[in-house]
Design a protein around this ligand. Structure first.
Ligand code: NCD
Length: 310
């Protein structure tokens, strides 16, 4: 994967995903050491280019880069020349002239990381673009499931919530299907993309049916920032029908785990109880996110295409 962009799970094959998950397993060991740092990316520069807010993803890329000894530069769109109306591509060209080794991009519009990747010499990692993809989130979710369940192949994964506007849903659909899971989505009808079944998932408007026999239940936040119009009568009604709590979870398998990419709207898509306690695994997802991002950074920028490793 050296020098390759990571723009979406759609572009990866099963072998790529397996290699990333195996590498993340080793990276997790570094995080357990007293000195959580290895020299693997010493002398490399990682630029975090975030045009949209982020807590988990940006911090986790920063920690991942630092654990590998890369120099990490955080570029926030509000404090840059973009606020003086420089175009995104000019910003990208300017950055390119500073010769970064890997650039992580988040943007509210689908396709921007790809456009930046077309300009940059350095490989680009998509950290979420509009409602399109969020590949490292799906990879950390796959990693979390594989650690919890010992496999992904043959599991039933139910994704509940705002499927239409969620890049996490899309990346996870590709990822879990490529790894051999059955994927179901459940939401009020307007939040289910019209042709979703052509991707190979089963769509449900009844949560009870969608949860029947599920091994993994993933709740998603309603993407209020991307909603135009009304998708359900009220938040209270949504919570009553699609909000996960211990009562509704009884429809899933007894040992089902509950995931959420964060940030959680407590009491809407997830009860407080499941947000804080097992079978909720939300903080494990966050912890695993650092290992996954270390793995991806290493596999993409650990060695120069022409040079040897160090
Ligand atoms: C997600 C995102 O930004 O797409 N959050 C994250 O990266 N952990 C999900 C969300 O905002 O709902």
């Amino acid at each position: 994967m050296i020098g390759r962009d990571l723009l979406g799970i759609e572009d990866l094959d099963r072998a790529d995903i397996e290699r990333i998950l195996e590498t993340a397993e080793h990276m997790g060991e570094i995080g357990e050491r007293e000195v959580k740092k290895v020299p693997t990316l010493r002398g490399r520069t990682l630029v975090n280019l975030f045009f949209e807010g982020s807590t988990r993803t940006q911090t986790s890329f920063e920690i991942a880069g630092k654990r590998l000894s890369a120099d990490v530069v955080n570029f926030s769109a509000m404090s840059s020349s973009l606020a003086k109306s420089e175009s995104i591509l000019d910003t990208a060209r300017t950055l390119d002239a500073m010769d970064p080794d890997v650039v992580v991009v988040r943007h509210g519009v689908a396709g921007v990381p790809k456009r930046i990747a077309d300009v940059l010499e350095a490989p680009v990692i998509n950290a979420g673009d509009g409602a399109h993809e969020h590949p490292t989130q799906a990879l950390l979710d796959l990693f979390t499931v594989s650690r919890e369940k010992g496999r992904i192949d043959g599991l039933t994964v139910t994704i509940v919530g705002d499927i239409l506007h969620s890049r996490v849903a899309r990346s996870n659909i590709y990822g879990f299907l490529k790894m051999g899971a059955e994927v179901r989505v459940a939401a009020p009808p307007p939040m289910i993309p019209p042709a979703i079944e052509t991707l190979g998932v089963k769509a449900f408007t009844s949560l009870r049916e969608a949860l029947d026999g599920a091994d993994v239940v993933m709740a998603l936040r309603i993407q209020n920032e991307r909603l135009a119009g009304s998708y359900f009568p009220s938040v209270r009604e949504y919570a009553a029908t699609f909000g996960l709590d211990r009562g509704k979870l009884r429809y899933a398998k007894d040992d089902a785990i509950v995931m959420h990419p964060g940030p959680v709207n407590r009491g809407v898509e997830l009860s407080h109880d499941l947000a804080d306690h097992r079978p909720g695994v939300i903080l494990d997802q966050v912890r695993n996110g650092v290992s996954i991002r270390m793995a991806v950074l290493y596999l993409i920028s650990g060695r120069r295409p022409s040079g040897g490793s160090d």
